[in-house]
Write a protein that binds this ligand. Structure first.
Ligand SMILES: [Zn+2]
Length: 403
């Protein structure tokens, strides 16, 4: 891979395009442009790690910053305020025409302004649930969501776990001509024709005194006769209650939540003080997902793991006495970025049923819910990951640390 080197350019838009092409090639998530007193560093986040690429002069940085601000409709003479917006780039790269959605965030720092750009390829063929690396078992469950006419689907995970991509792939299974699909996000990550998409900042903006809360916006959407509503991250009881009531009255509600397990998500809602009868009757599925690094097929090293090498919680799921798996080798190769080639997705899914309905209705704690699920068909995320390690896609070490 390219490393730390001085770049200079005359045309800053061409340079932005170059930065985006590198982002595509390395499957990065974010680009960080960080000025210091005398120079400016450009780094990429690739599989959670920040990788250094270029440094540029302050003169070039000035041109770059202005072009980014103009392309994202930000004020170029504003240097003391936090600013964020987005820009869309259409670029030809290798074999494909790409439409790239760039979220730009600018933060004034002691030297100039720090720029972070998060990029998403907004091409609908990427938004296909079959292409998101769900295991066969989980894909079978998640595919049933398209048959729902009402109810609540919770999508949980941390930042940069592709929650939005999964949500849009789920929406993509419906015909937007036959269903009225509303999305409520901050910011909108994918734009899709025929969806009714709103971007709501849950705060008063400095330039505009009129602003609405998520709650007010939600109530208004319900007056617009929606069939399906997709909502990004809800943190307050009032908003959660509106969603649950909508999901109980012939709407399908998909809602994403920051959380570190599907079971814990139910506890999180309990802590929001929503009514348990609303949750138990509306909840259909909880999907938890996480991205995990894909190990390089060229430089990986094969090892044998016996049953005893696995923690106790794995044992009920182990059918063999030993498994051949991979770990990273001492040296990485030309094919990869420090032993890894990209990411894959691991997940676990809870499907509601009569027993779970009772457990949620009586607000049982996560331990009881977990014990019940483990006695049934439920496959915890560490086993979903183990199945990928057995297929040699991921490092066994990354599997063993999963909760
Ligand atoms: Zn390699």
């Amino acid at each position: 891979m390219e490393t730390w080197k001085l770049m200079s350019f005359d045309n800053s838009m061409d340079f932005i395009e170059k930065l985006i092409k590198i982002w595509v090639d390395y499957h990065a998530s974010d680009i960080h442009i960080t000025p210091s007193k005398t120079q400016v560093f450009i780094r990429y986040r690739i599989s959670w790690n920040l990788e250094s690429f270029y440094w540029i002069s302050l003169e070039n940085y000035d041109k770059l910053l202005n072009s980014i601000k103009i392309a994202s409709s930000l004020a170029i003479d504003e240097h003391n305020h936090i600013q964020d917006w987005k820009m869309i780039f259409n670029i030809d790269h290798k074999w494909a025409k790409l439409s790239v959605n760039v979220r730009v965030s600018i933060l004034p720092i002691i030297y100039w302004e720090n720029i972070v750009m998060r990029l998403l390829i907004s091409s609908s063929d990427r938004l296909n649930i079959n292409n998101l690396w769900f295991s066969e078992h989980n894909l079978k469950i998640i595919s049933k969501i398209k048959d729902l006419e009402e109810g609540l689907v919770l999508l949980c995970g941390w930042t940069w776990s592709w929650k939005t991509t999964t949500l849009y792939s789920l929406l993509n299974q419906y015909d937007p001509f036959k269903s009225s699909i509303f999305t409520l996000e901050d910011p909108v990550e994918y734009t899709v024709d025929w969806y009714v998409q709103s971007e709501v900042k849950d705060k008063k903006s400095a330039s505009n005194n009129i602003s609405y809360t998520f709650q007010e916006w939600l109530v208004w959407i319900l007056r617009q006769d929606p069939d399906i509503i997709m909502i990004w991250e809800i943190r307050r009881k009032e908003e959660a209650s509106i969603c649950l009531e909508a999901a109980n009255t012939w709407h399908l509600v998909m809602w994403s939540i920051h959380s570190n397990s599907s079971i814990w998500t139910i506890t999180r809602l309990k802590k929001l003080w929503v009514e348990s009868y609303l949750l138990s009757s509306s909840l259909k599925y909880v999907v938890y997902q996480k991205l995990i690094r894909q190990i390089c097929p060229i430089c990986r090293e094969k090892i044998t793991f016996t049953k005893q090498d696995f923690p106790q919680k794995f044992h009920p799921f182990l059918k063999q006495d030993s498994y051949e798996v991979y770990k990273v080798h001492a040296e990485w190769c030309q094919n990869c970025i420090k032993w890894y080639v990209w990411n894959t997705l691991i997940s676990d899914i809870i499907e509601n049923n009569d027993d779970l309905y009772d457990l949620i209705l009586s607000w049982k704690w996560d331990v009881e819910i977990k014990n019940y699920l483990l006695s049934k068909w439920y496959i915890p995320i560490y086993i979903d990951a183990l199945n990928k390690a057995i297929k040699w896609e991921i490092d066994i070490k990354d599997v063993l640390i999963l909760e």
